[in-house]
Write a protein that binds this ligand. Structure first.
Ligand code: FAD
Length: 310
């Protein structure tokens, strides 16, 4: 059995594994895909102390760093069920899709999240070529350009306000007949001179010239008419879904499906910790996920040294 079993191999899981292994305890990582969302990222310019890097390059460095320690890395492993220990200090069990199961004194959940996609033509083709999901990450790349934000909930309206300060013009597109964001955010958005809000609009296609985005097509749902907007970037803000479906019977989740954690990364189950994009901790970013993963590992260690000797 492991002392610490980390489920998920993104920045949160990698940081947790390094911090745990440095305590000299038996550490494992089970992950579907080592690197997580970072593998799908091109330019990264907010990883402090590194002015510019690329996702796959950063993942290779993270992996090398983990491999410097005695960590059992198990990739292509999908966790399907967590069976918490029956008594405090007992072993937790993580069941894998291949039928095997792993046991550990403490578990760190770091299965991350995925951006909900529009599912329209052009979205996949122009991902990282004008189609973006994270305004904190990619906003500055669109300085002086025209962008659209799709989604009029809190995250869409926050993104539109944020981007309006950086880019030339923002078109906010909402499917419903009204925005769903908090009233204060809507008022702020309405006060900005370089924002246009279009409601009752169904995005039908991301347009491009073969190498980059050139526009967006939408259908006016009231008049059933098709329109096009010329622009250079499309930020999709229709939801970030935590990869926690497999945990709903074992730890407390928020109504958005995020794992509820305390200041030390503790979940509702003693000995089970969580970190990164799959948790209630706000702002889904690499540096934050790494910090939270480190915290969860230190908390797991702290928990273990308090367990009665067997
Ligand atoms: P993830 O990176 O999502 O990793 C989750 C891990 O869990 C993966 O290994 C996955 O395979 C695994 N997993 C999931 N479910 C299971 C399961 N059931 N069983 C086993 N393993 C499982 N952040 C920045 O700071 N700067 C940027 O420039 C930036 N750009 C981004 C660009 C894009 C396109 C995207 C999508 C995200 C970007 N982000 C950026 C956000 C950043 O990537 C995330 O905040 C960060 O990766 C979260 O780390 P994590 O470890 O919590 O989760």
């Amino acid at each position: 059995a492991f002392d610490v079993l980390v489920v998920g191999g993104g920045p949160a899981g990698a940081a947790a594994a390094i911090y745990a292994a440095r305590k000299g305890i038996r550490t494992g990582i089970a992950a579907e895909r080592f690197g997580g969302q970072v593998l799908d990222t091109m330019a990264i310019e907010n990883f402090i102390s590194v002015q510019h890097t690329e996702g796959p390059k950063l993942v290779a460095q993270i992996e090398q760093h983990v491999k410097d320690y005695d960590v059992d890395i198990m990739t292509l492993q999908r966790a399907e069920k967590l069976i918490p220990a029956e008594r405090e200090g007992g072993l937790h069990e993580v069941r894998l899709a291949n039928g095997a199961s792993l046991k550990a004194r403490t578990v760190i959940l770091s299965t991350g999240a995925r951006w909900r996609q529009l599912g329209v033509p052009g979205e996949d083709e122009y991902r990282n070529k004008g189609v973006a999901y994270c305004p904190h990450c990619d906003g500055p790349l669109y300085k002086g350009k025209r962008v659209a934000v799709i989604g009029g909930g809190n995250s869409g309206v926050e993104a539109a306000i944020d981007l309006a300060g950086l880019v030339a013009h923002v078109t906010l597109i909402e499917f419903d007949s009204q925005l769903r964001a908090d009233a204060v955010l809507q008022r702020k958005l309405a006060s900005l001179p370089n924002v246009r809000i279009i409601t009752s609009a169904l995005t039908t296609e991301v347009l491009g010239d073969g190498t980059k985005v050139t526009g967006l097509a939408y259908k006016d749902r009231n008049k059933d008419e098709l329109h096009q907007v010329e622009l250079e970037g499309v930020f999709v803000q229709i939801g970030l879904v935590p990869n926690t479906e497999w945990l709903k019977d074992s730890v407390t989740l928020s109504r958005h499906g995020e794992i509820e954690v305390g200041h030390r990364g503790e979940t509702s189950q003693p000995g089970v910790f969580a970190a990164g994009d799959c948790t209630t901790v706000p702002y889904k970013q690499i540096v934050i996920a790494m910090g939270e993963g480190s915290k969860a590992a230190l908390s797991a260690f702290d928990y273990m040294i308090r367990l009665p000797a067997e």
